[in-house]
Design a protein around this ligand. Structure first.
Ligand SMILES: [Zn+2]
Length: 343
């Protein structure tokens, strides 16, 4: 694998002597890309435009198993797909809510009220991670149920959590019990530093937050810990995954492997585009060459993902970071067979 990666760049390339002028030109060339992608992102966020991609339709309230009911967050969009999935867990009237959707979405609170209309109440909330589409609705839910309940969450590492919510910060493997249900919090960083997945013992179900989605692929902040979390998922051997967005994942094993393979494929694509280019490439150049089938609204997320891949490749010593957000492949001094190249 590695020798194939380093192959082909055996000759001292003229681009090595281009100083900073080539990288700077690429920065200027990419400005319209950034402006366009930024405008599209802002527009979709502001007006909650649904995604252009065809998605599996999901009901507002779905009884998924004897222990789990899914309540849709009523916040569809390019990043939230059909909206955030929130889950009521428990056999009796005392439920645990996993995630609470976005703030000030009246239709979500109405839907949740309907799901609780058999006299059920919420005795605790689990927040999978700090993003607004998962924790934003917590104050509204607390107002609906009219009492303070524990809100379990892993503490963010890089910043403070929202002080408006009185979190019960919890450790890996914390167990929460309610009527007929045992929920175990599993620390799975990568998408964010504070990401919890939740394992329902009685039904062998894994709630994956944004680590794995029902459709499409996830974004992440740290590729290394993200890959570790995916490998942790393989060990759990859950029968089904209930994701933070999108439909139920019926075959976790192949879905997890698909995610792992997808990241490895992106890495190979990034290396290939750097190898094929005569001059260093910017992050946006790489996005433009390998993300050919994504809506413009999520282009900035693709830029972030490629940057994380590049950070990892620089750490691995496979890629060199140059000025103005440009990158080149590390030049190998030996051929595949290990001999010095002839010039
Ligand atoms: Zn989310």
């Amino acid at each position: 694998m590695l020798s194939a990666t380093f192959r082909s760049v055996c000759f001292p390339s003229p681009t090595n002597h281009h100083h900073a002028i080539v990288p700077m030109l690429s920065l200027l060339r990419n400005l319209p890309d950034y402006a366009y992608a930024g405008a599209a992102y802002f527009f979709s966020k502001t007006f909650h435009r649904p995604s252009m991609v065809k998605l599996t339709p999901l009901e507002d309230i779905t009884v998924l198993t004897p222990l789990v009911t899914r309540v849709l967050g009523q916040n569809a969009g390019p990043f939230t797909l059909q909206g955030t999935n929130t889950y009521l867990v428990g056999a009796g009237k005392r439920k645990i809510l996993i995630d609470a959707g976005e703030p000030n979405i009246e239709s979500y609170i109405e839907t949740l009220k309907k799901a609780l209309s058999d006299g059920s109440t919420i005795d605790g909330i689990i927040a999978t991670h700090w993003h607004g589409d998962h924790v934003g609705g917590i104050p509204d839910v607390l107002k609906l149920i009219g009492k303070e309940v524990p809100v379990y969450k892993y503490k963010r590492l890089e910043a403070a959590d929202d002080p408006k919510v009185n979190y019960t910060f919890s450790d890996d493997n914390t167990v929460i019990k309610t009527d007929g249900a045992t929920l175990k919090l599993i620390y799975t960083p990568g998408h964010t530093t504070d990401h919890f997945s939740v394992y329902l013992e009685e039904e062998n179900i894994l709630f994956s937050g944004d680590c794995i989605l029902g459709e499409g692929t996830a974004i992440f902040e740290d590729l290394h810990t993200y890959m570790d979390s995916l490998n942790k998922y393989l060990e759990i051997k859950a029968a089904r995954i209930f994701p933070g967005h999108g439909p139920v994942v019926e075959d976790p094993h192949s879905k997890i492997n698909e995610y792992i393979e997808h990241r490895l494929k992106r890495e190979r694509q990034i290396i290939a585009s750097l190898r094929e280019s005569a001059s260093p490439l910017s992050t946006m150049d790489i996005v433009n060459s390998i993300y050919t089938d994504i809506p413009i609204t999520v282009k900035l997320a693709a830029v972030a993902n490629v940057k994380h891949h590049l950070t990892k490749l620089v750490k691995d010593g496979q890629v060199t970071a140059l000025p103005y957000d440009t990158y080149s492949l590390v030049v190998s001094t030996t051929t595949e067979s290990g001999e010095r190249p002839s010039l």
